[in-house]
Design a protein around this ligand. Sequence first.
Ligand code: NAP
Length: 258
Amino acid sequence: MTNPLHVLVTGATGRTGSIVVQKLRQRPEQFVAKGFARSEAKTKELFGSTEGFYLGDISDPGRLNAALEGGDALVILTSAVPQMKAPPEPGQRPEFFYPEGGTPEQVDYQGQINQIEAARAAGVKHIVLVGSMGGTNEQHPLNRMANGNILIWKRKAEAYLIDSGLDYTIIRAGGLQDQPGGQRELLVGKDDQLLANPPNGIPTSIPRADVAKVVVQALLEPAARNKAFDVISKPEGTPGAVVTTDFQGLFEQTTPGL
Ligand code: NAP
């Protein structure tokens, strides 16, 4: 019996982060899971109480230091969240903005650097960072959303993590879906090649629950260490698809470096 891994999940009240916390808590022999979240009310709403949670903002290094003390691994699932301006007039496109303190530069870049540095100071050995596909294309429409350049800042933070010298696993998801996990074949790639040439033209998407499963497996499998990769799923029921259960095999297809 090895000791359970002490893992802190940030963005723990987010749509993927909350699933990661749930999945880690289902394996108490392998993990002691803590969450980091900025909203007490949302934490209580999702988890019933704030037990096992650190309340704070990732712009506050002091809170991060306290939360990471004694930790073995950090899962970064924070992300800037665009807000819609007033509902659009019929026929008009919605317009978005990032709230003050919540721009991609502040959250997806500086906020991630704060987390990486706090992890380093606490002696954390491994960081799993969930990012997004599309980052090789500076003209990607998501970068134009509220002029936030979100994918550009995410990619800069990924480069910072790789250069930090800490063990990393960078999981760049395709379009996220609120669908059940564990029912699809997962496909990994690099440099947005799956976006440019999806096999058989499949949608380049993946359920959040499957991303959460990849996170959990990345914490356990040595083959996920020091790797960065894109991940999508074959649609459920695709003829010939084999539901992914061999995560070591999946991670062995991935490579180090940005
Ligand atoms: P999400 O629900 O938007 O969660 C983001 C989390 O970050 C929220 O829990 C939010 O807190 C937290 N957060 C933001 N600013 C913070 C701050 N200053 N301090 C502390 N926490 C802060 O995320 P998701 O949709 O599951 O996405 C997970 C990741 O996948 C993100 O990096 C996203 O960009 C990426 N991704 C998304 C898509 C897509 O299709 N949407 C596709 C590929 C990749 P609150 O809960 O309090 O708001």
